[in-house]
Ligand binder design. Sequence first.
Ligand SMILES: [Zn+2]
Length: 140
Amino acid sequence: MRIHTVSPSESFFDAGREYRASEPDVPLRCCLRKSSADEPVWLFRYSAPFGKGPYSEVGPVFTHVDCPGGASLDRLPVELLNNPRILRSYNAAGQICDGVVVEPGSFDRVIEGLFNDPAVEAVQVRSVSHGCFFFGVTRA
Ligand SMILES: [Zn+2]
């Protein structure tokens, strides 16, 4: 699988972005881990990838201001998957195919199952409680 992160430079497309000098323990979409208290972050509106037309959604995301990198793009980020998550699958036209709530420990199996459908092009991983986009997954 291939993991899709959000670059901090995406924040510049939102004139209303907010700078937070300290916002500990928020999920960072750039390097796919939680923030620490000494890391400045952006909070901004972001259009999550893969959903198109009526399925295109905009919501809040956090990234570092200066990301040190380190996200692994070929395996799931353990630190952001220690709670149940929503997985939404999309076809090439950007229409939603399926949506499932997944418990920790089952992500690899469920994502593999979603990609067994040849119509599925991509999967979004989202928060259950807040609904916000965390990261995307496509086939390698
Ligand atoms: Zn980062």
